[in-house]
Design a protein around this ligand. Structure first.
Ligand code: NAP
Length: 251
């Protein structure tokens, strides 16, 4: 299916050393793309090796995306070493769980810096290159908490609502320039991000009981949607927030 072919494309994936980002990076490489893997604390060597084993190029960039001064280097290194940037996946994210009444400003600020401020900055940096070349795909990772309030995660919910809004704002401005900006809203996926929920027997049972598919999602469940939004198959999609949630939102 040529529509989904990413041969000759280059993608930047943040948070690509583990969890959802690792699977998305590998999935885009399976579809033919070369990948710049951005990680902070997790070494990306294993993920890069898996991509190279497919015959694709992979570079690793170690950056704390909360440090705004480091973000231009991500795009510059990708263009220098892989030639161009066609796809940006803003996946890096953190969550801090405390009731709103006790939620510290430090936690609020940390979450917004990683989940929102870095996303806007990277969209701008990569988006300007994409505007120059007249094409590009941006995929922001949203959440069920782009639609719902959640429990004990006010900063996270605010950041993910804002990611949905930012996705629409950029799509609205950049569609005419040949860019598609969309988001994936994962449901409840089995990664480090949701470990505390899965270890809480009450919350875990509540969550599972509401998922029509009857199981938590896996990182691999995001590969198809990510390849779709990165490829020509989604060229007339702009500002869509694609839920990949086993039916959570329809229940
Ligand atoms: P995870 O397993 O906790 O992984 C978080 C990822 O973000 C890691 O790759 C981490 O990289 C990266 N990251 C965190 N802080 C960073 C920073 N300052 N600079 C650079 N990278 C940073 O989470 P996940 O479940 O894969 O989540 C990935 C994305 O999906 C997040 O945006 C999350 O909010 C979203 N999401 C997840 C779920 C879910 O159920 N799991 C549901 C909805 C949305 P290092 O390891 O290198 O620090």
């Amino acid at each position: 299916m040529g529509l989904f072919d990413l041969s000759g494309k280059t993608a930047v994936v943040t948070g690509a050393g583990r969890g959802l980002g690792e699977a998305i990076g590998l999935g885009l490489a399976q579809a033919g793309a070369d990948i710049a893997l951005v990680t902070n604390r997790t070494p990306a060597d294993k993920a890069a090796e898996a991509i190279r084993a497919l015959g694709r190029k992979a570079i690793t960039i170690q950056v704390d995306v909360a440090d705004r001064s480091k973000l231009p280097g991500i795009v510059e290194r990708t263009v220098d070493e892989l030639g161009r940037i066609d796809i940006l996946v803003n996946n890096a994210g953190i969550i801090r769980r405390t009731p709103a009444a006790d939620h510290s400003y430090a936690d609020w600020q940390d979450v917004l810096d990683v989940n929102l401020n870095s996303v806007f900055a990277l969209c701008q940096l990569a988006g300007n290159r994409m505007i120059e070349q007249g094409s590009g795909k941006i995929i922001n990772i949203a959440s069920m908490l782009s639609f719902q309030g959640g429990i004990n995660v006010p900063g996270y919910t605010s950041s993910k609502h804002a990611v949905a809004g930012l996705t629409k704002a950029l799509a609205s401005e950049w569609a005419a320039k040949g860019l598609q900006v969309n988001a994936i809203a994962p449901g409840y996926m089995s990664t480090d991000n949701t470990e505390a929920l899965r270890e809480d027997p009450v919350r875990s049972a509540q969550i599972l009981g509401r998922i029509p598919a009857g199981r938590w999602g896996t990182s691999e469940d995001l590969i198809g949607p990510a390849v779709f939004l990165a490829s020509a198959a989604s060229d007339y999609m702009n500002g869509h927030i694609l839920a990949v949630d086993g039916g959570w939102l329809v229940r």
